[in-house]
Write a new protein. Structure first.
Length: 107
């Protein structure tokens, strides 16, 4: 195998791994709230109602047309109960902004 063929194989492997990650995992953002003042970014298994980058607020907006504390709590509870959490990372505002399309909701 020459150098060019090796690079193509590596590129295909990286693309395949990226596709698997995109379709099987969700980057789920928990914005800072009273019970979790520092917030979290979770890598979880993809659920049927989650997007690649998602948050409870984004799910509430998408599924119910608005965000309130009851919906936020229900979405967080459902995700924590049903998804497998693979990693807990520090909160990243950028991911939250991506999940909500740039909208911010009261904490």
């Amino acid at each position: 195998m020459n150098k060019k063929s090796g690079m193509i194989v590596v590129l295909l492997i990286v693309l395949a791994a990226g596709l698997v990650f995109y379709t099987q995992f969700t980057i789920f953002v928990v914005q800072p709230i009273g019970a979790l003042p520092e917030g979290k970014t979770l890598i979880i298994s993809r659920l049927n109602k989650t997007e690649f980058i998602d948050s409870a607020d984004a799910m509430c907006e998408r599924l119910q047309g608005g965000v309130n504390l009851l919906c936020r709590g229900a979405m967080l509870g459902a995700v924590i109960e049903k998804a497998t959490i693979y990693a807990r990372l520090p909160y990243r505002e950028w991911f939250y902004q991506v999940s909500t399309g740039g909208k911010e909701y009261d904490r």
